[in-house]
Design a binder for this molecule. Sequence first.
Ligand code: HBI
Ligand code: FE
Length: 279
Amino acid sequence: MKPQPATRPDWTIDQDWHSYTATEHATWKTLFERQTQLLPGRACDEFVQGMRDLPMGAAEIPNFARLNEVLMPRTGWQIVAVPGLVPDEVFFEHLANRRFPAGQFIRKPHELDYLEEPDVFHDVFGHVPMLMNPAIADFIQAYGVGGLRAQKLGKLAHLARVYWYTVEFGLVQQDEGLRIYGAGIASSYAESIFALQDASPNRVAFDLPRVMQTDYRIDDFQETYFVINSLDDLLELAKIDFAPLYAQVVGLPDIAAGQLSAQDRLFSRGTGSYHAKSK
Ligand code: HBI
Ligand code: FE
């Protein structure tokens, strides 16, 4: 991560909405329209509802102040603009105070399908509709508080996996079938299809110690997706004291991203074909 010149100690910057160019708004429009026609039947009901209730559309990159007028009364969260990835402790401090750091920049037209730092489309299109849901709102704040503690305990890696396999790449069960709630999937055209329909990845029932031991990919589709029964399951997670869990997993070996374990409750056993090709 190339540390940007930190303007403020908390790494926030002004969104400076009027500085976006027509090209940048056009990039947002392309991404928004493509994802919006893909997500019905793939995104969970809470995502669709959250998006419907927000002043967010295709024409322009949303103005964070306008989004905050709706988001804050709903769940107490606000979006703050940052230049990109911020140091872990800065990130957790914001989350613990219901401030969601969103990339102020948008990807370049040639980066439509992949970029390594979260930009405004990943953060605002992917995460903000879920921040309108009380369970997710409480869970991400608990993650911030937990992150600050986990750092002191040297257990950050275990906790970061929980965030990764839920808030970023989580699937949830609905009557009609599996649906997306993770922002990393919801903001990605190809992964929205891969995560739900491809035969390659494993889909496994979420189990907290199992997830805490499981490695993940940061540069490609996930090899395994974890499924919760309902977003309210995350509320239970938010209440758990992770310290005894850290003790339980600390001596155990990590589980590779594509590996299954005997206790797994499987929704689907993946073929692994996608990642076998790219090895
Ligand atoms: N910074 N802006 C931003 N967004 C993130 O998602 C983010 C971050 N810094 C650290 C981080 N995520 C992860 O390393 C932590 O969840 C562990
Ligand atoms: Fe994210």
